[in-house]
Design a protein around this ligand. Sequence first.
Ligand code: NAP
Ligand code: G4F
Length: 380
Amino acid sequence: MSKTALITGITGQDGAYLAEYLLKQGYIVHGIKRRSSSLNTERIDHIYDDPHNSGRRLFLHYGDMTDSLNITSLVQKIQPDEIYNLAAMSHVKVSFETPEYTANADALGTLRILEAVRMLGLTGHTRIYQASTSELYGLVRQVPQSEDTPFYPRSPYAVAKLYGYWITVNYREAYGMHASNGILFNHESPIRGETFVTRKITRAVSRMALGCDDCLYLGNMSAKRDWGHAKDYVRAMHLILSQPEPDDYVIATGITTSVRDFVRMAFGYIGAEIEFSGEGTAEEGRIVSVNGELFNSRVGTGDGSHLKGRRVVAVDPAYFRPTEVEMLVGDNTKARTKLGWQPQYDLDALIADMMKSDLKLMAREDYLRKGGYRTMNYFE
Ligand code: NAP
Ligand code: G4F
C-alpha cells in the first residue's frame, strides 16, 4: 500500500522538491495550493497529473492556512499518513510589514494542522513535520547553533515560527503525537523565490553577464548564513518523519558565508573578479578582471570584457531590516548521527546549479520582454 502525504505549501520551493521526492518514493501526494488570480503552480507543473487521467498520484486542493474549516475538512478527506506543514509567509523582511497575517498563517496555521489531526482522532495515524527555522536563533546565544541552543527571534516571522515550534512540541508531549520540528538553516536552489538574497544575486549576475548594464542593490552584505541546497533538505524532512520516535533536528551544512562572499562566488562562476570598497551605505563592488575563456565557457557568448571596471553592486538601505540576524551556522551532529543525513551539495555546487539555471532563464528572449530584468531590484 502506498503511503499518503499531505503537503501544505506545495507550490513553494521546498514543497515542489518534496512532492517530487515523495512521488519517487512511491507516495500518493496531496498538496494544498492557494487560489490566486494568476497561475502559481510553475514549480510543480512538471509533475502535475491531469485530473482526467486514471492512476493519478498527485492531487491538488485549494486551501489556506488561515482557514480552519478548510484545513480540517481536507485532513478529514485525505486521512494522510504524513503531513508536511511547509506553508508560510516565509519572507523575514516582509513579515515586518505584515506581522498580523504572518502570525495567522505561520503560528496559528501550525495550530490548525495539529488541532485538525487531534480532533479527527488521527493522533495515532498521522505523523506531522513542522517547518521550523534557524531564524529562531536570531540574536544567537551560541556558535554553532544546535537543538539545545536557546532561541532569540528577531522578526515577526521568527516569533510566529517560535509559536509553531513550541505548539508542535506541546502536542507531541500532551497527546503523544508523532510531531517533529526540522530546524532548517537557509536552503536555496534554482527555484528559490526571487526575493531571497541568493536568488536575487544569481539572477542579477546572470543578467549582467548577458549584457544588461544595471547595478545590483543589496542591504546588509556582512550578514552570514549557513546555505545548503533545498534538494538535500527535503530528504532530511522525509527522514525525520521516518524515525520511530518524533524529535527535533537541526539541518545545516555547518559552514557560514557572508552575503558579500556569496556575491563574490556568483561572479567568480562566470570568471569575473569583484573588489569591494567603501564602508556602510557607501560600499560598492566593481569588476576588476575577467577570465575571458572561463566567461565564454560558462555564459556561452562573449568574453565578459563589457564588465571590466563596472560598478555592479551597491547598497540600498531600503533592504535593511529593523532588527537583523547577523550570523547563523548550524551544528548538524544529531542529524548526521541519528538520521544518517548529510548534504551532497557544498556552496560551490549550489551556486553553480543556480547560476547555470539563471543564465539559461535570462537568455530566453521572452523573459526580457516580460520584464524579468526590470524587476531585478524591486524585490525585498
Ligand atoms: P516558499 O518558497 O516561500 O513557499 C511557501 C509556500 O507556502 C508557498 O507554496 C506559498 O504559496 C504557501 N503559502 C504561503 N502562505 C500561505 C497560506 N496562507 N495558505 C496556504 N499556503 C500558503 O518557502 P520555502 O523556502 O519553500 O520554505 C518552506 C517552509 O520552510 C516555510 O514554512 C519556510 O518558512 C520554512 N523554512 C524555509 C527555509 C529556507 O531557507 N527555504 C529555512 C527554514 C524554514 P504561494 O506559492 O501561493 O505563495
Ligand atoms: O535571503 P534572505 O531574505 O533570507 P533570511 O532572512 O535568512 O530568511 C530565509 O531563511 C530562513 C532560515 O534561516 C527561513 F526561515 C526564511 O523563511 C527564509 O527562507 O536574507 C539573508 C540575509 C539577511 O541577513 C538579509 O538582511 O541577506 C541579507 N540581505 C542583504 N541584502 C538581503 C539583501 N536579503 C534580501 N532578501 N534582499 C537583499 O537585497
